[in-house]
Design a binder for this molecule. Structure first.
Ligand code: FE
Length: 164
């Protein structure tokens, strides 16, 4: 049995019929730390090698720091030497959304949480074979739930988003 940690936050109250969480910037600001808000709601990027999950080798699931949606399995994590936690695939293609990003004068693909639209990072084409994908994520956009450990309440309450 997974334990559920306590938190006053109930994102389920903010869910629409498809399971998506839609909060205003003001509401997100009230419930996220300043640094998580800056990364996930304002498309920020943490400094390389600064994040807590860069070196992590623990088994478990990385979830959305905003809404608890499952995003990446530790089994898909690899050492990219970029300074950001890197994965070769999301836990499910339904759980993330990709969007063209022309910011900074670069052509990149932004990766967002499919449930709450949190900015997570970008995906590049220089990952390991066979898919050659590198999901370059911000540690601050992620929470970690260790295998057989305590799961976050956000994660326990997160329901899958309906496919369109
Ligand atoms: Fe999310």
């Amino acid at each position: 049995m997974e334990k559920i940690s306590s938190s006053p936050l109930r994102l389920t109250d903010k869910e629409n019929a498809s399971g998506r969480v839609e909060l205003s910037k003001k509401e997100w600001k009230a419930i996220l730390s300043d640094e998580v808000f800056r990364i996930t709601r304002e498309k920020g990027t943490e400094k390389p090698f600064s994040g807590k999950y860069v070196e992590s080798r623990q088994r478990g699931v990385y979830t959305c720091a905003c809404c608890g949606n499952d995003l990446f399995s530790s089994a898909a994590k690899f050492e990219s030497r970029t300074g950001w936690p890197s994965f070769y695939a999301p836990i499910s293609e339904q759980n993330v959304r990709e969007k063209l990003d022309l910011g900074l004068g670069l052509l990149r693909t932004e990766v967002l949480c499919a449930r709450c639209d949190a900015h997570l990072g970008h995906v590049f084409n220089d990952g390991p074979e066979p898919a050659s994908l590198r999901y370059c994520m911000n540690s601050l956009a992620l929470d970690f739930c260790p295998a057989n450990g305590e799961t976050s309440r956000k994660r326990a309450e997160a329901k899958p988003v309906e496919m369109k």
